[in-house]
Write a protein that binds this ligand. Structure first.
Ligand code: GAP
Length: 443
């Protein structure tokens, strides 16, 4: 079947179309929607939760399970407020903010040109830029005074640094080694937007790789290549990915150098992940503030060293957004518009949908049996509602790579048609060959 690609990056409506597809198919909803929503917070629906989970599982597999030099952990979101004093987040983790005195719109001062008029009302009347701390505050325990104020973590990394000794002692780790975790982080961003790209509650996948300080450069190079390759392995188009070094004035307070993996979103090249040389900053800060020794004992050189850190820090939600943007296609098929998410089968929430052509002659029963046989190994879905063409279109929008249809021929020769989402080509496969057919294609 001939399909002509219609969508391209210059189509600035891609983001709007994607947001509406995500809602229509149950990927992502506005949080608390029935109460008018809460700006920049999102809920993942059935398909979105599967997609997000697949991203996290692949990261964990590739960073933790398949490496002998990385271990995982899972720290609490709420931490002793002293952590944020020591890490520098209380004094340094802020963005410059300006307000338009005329229309009260608020902007990040480093995101707009203050020599120009306000983008929302067209008048130039700015307040002075002032620093705004990005940590979200809450109260811990029953009293609401300054002694019970604590913060929701703005990065998962600090949970790793404060557990450095616990992990080293219990896992008997030797340099170089990494500690990884996936979890929620919160930032009271001055401005939010571009759907999942910048929100106030998001998830991070972070790994702190501890090395001898004189080996930092080589490990930074290693992880830069490794992480760029990881995004390519998810099927993201290579020409839309690049590594960009930070300029000195962009560096976070803890970083001596940083490289961003960037993706070319419809709204421009933007950060997906940061790969940073954090040096010995964090362990030294925590050692100083806590009075505890946070070093590693080198038994060959017979001395204690404070390891340096190369950090890889990715956003789960930004990765999900990238995957969705990259997979979104519109094609003209026989005069009709086909919307299709060309998701990599490793990521797709549903791997194969099984359709009885009609709801009689034993076809639904055969379909359900196929679903049961493939379930466990693959994410399968049974759909008997509506015309076969409509069912295919629904699954195209859900990003399901394969459709299996049971028809009258099945009743005679025990074969089914397998439809490929991207080429829309169909082939007949014997039911008892389905498992090995898909194993060869996907695993
Ligand atoms: N521990 C280092 C750190 O947190 P970062 O560059 O501030 O570094 C790392 O954040 C990643 O976390 C970003 O590359 C992005 O993917 C994700 N991220 C940060 N802020 C975000 C936000 N407001 N919304 C969604 N994702 C965010």
């Amino acid at each position: 079947m001939i399909a002509e690609e219609k969508s391209n990056l210059s189509d600035n409506k891609v983001m709007d179309k994607l947001v509406s597809l995500c809602k229509r198919r149950g990927f992502i909803f506005q949080s608390s929607e029935i109460y008018g929503g809460l700006e920049a917070t999102y809920d993942y629906g059935p398909l979105g939760a599967e997609l997000k989970n697949n991203v996290k599982q692949l990261w964990w597999r590739d960073i933790v399970k398949s490496r002998s030099d990385v271990v995982g952990m899972d720290a609490a979101i709420l931490m002793n407020p002293e952590v944020w004093k020591a890490s520098g987040h209380l004094s340094e983790f802020h963005d410059p903010m300006v307000d338009c005195k005329n229309c009260k719109a608020r902007y990040r001062a480093d995101h707009i040109d203050l020599e120009k008029n306000c983008p929302s009302c067209g008048i130039k009347d700015w307040t002075e830029a002032r620093q705004f701390n990005l940590m979200l505050k809450t109260y811990y325990g029953p009293s609401e005074d300054s002694s019970s104020e604590i913060y929701l973590r703005p990065e998962t990394a600090q949970g790793i640094f404060v557990n450095f000794s616990n992990v080293v002692t219990t896992s008997r780790a030797k340099l170089p080694f990494g500690i990884a975790q996936i979890g929620k982080s919160f930032r009271n961003e001055v401005t939010t937007g571009n759907f999942l790209f910048r929100s106030r509650e998001f998830e991070q996948m972070e790994m702190e790789f501890f090395v001898k300080p004189d080996q930092t450069t080589q490990w930074l190079e290693f992880w830069k290549k490794e992480r760029l390759q990881w995004y390519k392995s998810l099927g993201i188009r290579e020409d839309r990915l690049k590594l960009r070094p930070h300029d000195d004035d962009e560096l976070a307070h803890y970083a001596a150098a940083c490289f961003d993996v960037e993706y070319q979103f419809p709204f421009g090249w933007s950060e997906l992940e940061g790969i940073a040389d954090r040096g010995t900053y964090d362990l030294e800060q925590h050692a100083k503030h806590s009075g505890k020794k946070l070093t590693w004992f080198d038994s060959i050189e017979n001395k204690h060293t404070t390891p340096a850190v190369v950090e890889v820090s990715a956003g789960v939600d930004r990765t999900v957004l990238t995957i969705l943007v990259d997979a979104y296609h519109e094609e003209e098929v026989k005069g009709d518009n086909r919307v299709v998410l060309k998701l990599n089968p490793k990521l797709a929430p549903i791997t194969m949908a099984v359709f009885p052509l009609v709801n009689r002659d034993g076809m639904p029963e055969i379909a359900e049996k196929i679903v049961e046989n493939l379930r466990g190994e693959f994410a399968t879905f049974f759909d008997a509602g509506g015309s076969i063409g409509r069912r295919y279109r629904r699954q195209d929008e859900a990003g399901t790579p394969y459709g299996i249809t049971i028809d009258s021929e099945t009743l005679e020769d025990q074969t089914v048609t397998v439809r490929d989402r991207d080429s829309m080509k169909q082939e007949r496969i014997s039911i008892d060959q389905l498992q090995s057919y898909f194993r060869n294609k996907i695993l």
